[in-house]
Ligand binder design. Sequence first.
Ligand code: SF4
Length: 320
Amino acid sequence: MPLLEVEHLRVHFPVKPGLFARPRGHVRAVDDVSFAVEAGETVGLVGESGCGKTTVGRAVVRLLEPTGGSIRFAGEDLTALRGAALRERRRQFQMIFQDPFSSLNPRLTVGDSIGEALDIHRLAADRTERRRRIGELLASVGLDPAAADRYPHEFSGGQRQRIGIARALAVEPRLIVGDEPVSALDVSVQAQVVNLLQDLQRERGLAYLFISHDLAVVEHLSHRILVMYLGRIVESGPAADVCGTPKHPYTQALLSAVPVVDPDSKRSRIVLSGDVPSPIQPPAGCPFHPRCPVAEARCRTEVPPLHSLEPGRQVACHLA
Ligand code: SF4
């Protein structure tokens, strides 16, 4: 049984001209998304900004209420949970954010920020154990336990992200949803944090849902990749297959933008024209057709279903 099973997830937001006005439509931020994450696995969720990937992550950790579909964690339907029951289960799935500074309270020391999570779930019997556990958590993300007495503004971006990871680990989760967790960091620091996430996965058997617009980082970290466009998954499969032989024209375009070190590489850049269409009124037929370099007549009228090419590999394109 997968650790996380998302089935037919929909998250729609009403569009209102005023606070009390009647909705004039809906933003279909996530429309019929299904996937699973196994224990100890990293699934990368990739796409341009506005494709709905962050909304998927927030719905999974129940920071957003889904409009429809189901989210099962260890076999239990999270969408049916409320109040204390949901708070208790939240211990098992945590989120880390792009900007660790804004997710850390500047008035709390690092130790108290991490200790808050221990206090909420009563994971330390007394102050001595609380202090010991905070020190262990900081050491596990490569920081000096003495950092517990300092404030977030005293740290660099990479160190703050390590503090964010330590706080997420405090409650001993089984799944971590990372929402662009390395996008705001310098490239060298990105590599350190990505390596740290991989080490923690090996040590603790963690599962990750890793959300990013950066296909190179996602490829490096993920076992499987889901490519999202306009609220839907358009391609999924093992990371090596999706990045080695991308089948969907959108994945091919994303991949062509990844810098290649090899000077003899034949890869040429595919530049997509136009912007991502409005999720309030998505185009008829294939949602990608207004930007697709190989669109055919039927692409304007027929929605391509997400179909299996082989076990574990799916694509939503008439030509694949
Ligand atoms: Fe392009 Fe048509 Fe495939 Fe959509 S279905 S990605 S428009 S070729």
